[in-house]
Design a protein around this ligand. Structure first.
Ligand code: PAF
Length: 284
């Protein structure tokens, strides 16, 4: 497994391997089973696999957890080696996001709701860095998890709008045995907070089970379930169109996406679930 620590090293690596199809899996490190399952999928699908590790300062707001975001490059490299990853691109912040940088990639509309409303500028940081990664690594495919559902939708829109020559592969995400969605931020939860955090997946799973096509009822149930969770402070709970992320109201026959964000102690967690299309006969 090769390690590229600068933009030049990564470009040089890609130049040498330019004839082979390359899959990129972009990460911010602190890797866990959720990441490994995507890396394994990329390994199966593609001749070459690149994983990028970069805690992207552009996607953190001034009051957010950039400083405390877990980082351990040596551990991440050790864990990636047995997965058959060909190259890890782990650029240094001074090289990758220099202070004189003037350009931002902005996807309009999709980015001003949900995560975008709570974290202004977050998606500009994501799309700017993902564009740079695509430009430097030049992957044929790029793997994104449905765990960050809005990010996936935003990146897909960006790739379509800019005709970027990358195919986005949507991947399922991994939950722990008790339902908690795997996230690097789970490392910051105390034992009690981790237990409390189960309210998120429990609320979503109840929403899936009771889904009858009524978006307002489903939203109200989510809010109620999360309000009942001790030590959980709801940021948003939304039932949205999976393509446009517009909030849905009333009866909706097509599939919908339930999305939530909540604080558990000082850790902000997000989770989501697909609410399937409802057969017309069952919609009252
Ligand atoms: O999902 C993430 O880890 C990040 O948002 C990404 C895509 C690596 C961009 O920094």
């Amino acid at each position: 497994m090769d390690l590229a620590r600068s933009v030049n090293e990564m470009r040089q690596w890609r130049r040498v391997a330019r004839r082979s199809p390359l899959a990129l899996f972009p990460t911010m490190g602190a890797l866990h089973e959720g990441h490994f399952s995507l890396a394994r999928q990329a390994r199966e699908d593609s001749e070459l696999v690149a994983v990028s590790i970069f805690v992207n300062p552009l996607q953190f707001g001034p009051a957010e957890d950039l400083a405390s975001y877990p980082r351990d490059l040596d551990r991440d490299l050790e864990l990636l080696e047995p997965l058959g990853v060909d190259v890890v691109f782990a650029p240094q912040p001074a090289d990758f996001t220099p202070p004189q940088r003037r350009t931002t990639v902005h996807v309009a509309g999709l980015t001003d709701r949900l995560e975008g409303a709570s974290r202004p500028g977050h998606f500009d940081g994501v799309t700017t860095i993902v564009t740079k990664l695509f430009s430097i690594v030049q992957p044929d495919t790029a793997y994104f998890s449905r765990k960050d559902f809005q990010q996936l939708v935003v990146v897909q829109a960006m790739v379509r709008d800019l005709d970027l020559p990358v195919r986005i592969v949507e991947c399922d995400f991994v939950r722990d045995h008790d339902g908690l969605a795997l996230s690097s931020r789970n490392a910051n939860l105390s034992t009690q907070e981790r237990r409390r955090a189960l309210a998120l997946s429990a609320a979503l799973s109840a929403a899936v089970t009771s889904w009858d096509g009524d978006a307002d009822v489903a939203r109200a149930r989510l809010v109620e379930a999360l309000a009942a969770g001790p030590g959980v402070e709801l940021d948003y709970a939304e039932i949205a169109d999976p393509d446009t992320l517009e909030p849905l109201h009333g009866i909706h026959r097509g599939p919908a996406q339930a999305l939530i964000a909540a604080w558990v102690g000082s850790t902000r967690l997000i989770d989501n679930a697909r609410l399937p299309a409802v057969a017309s006969a069952t919609v009252t």
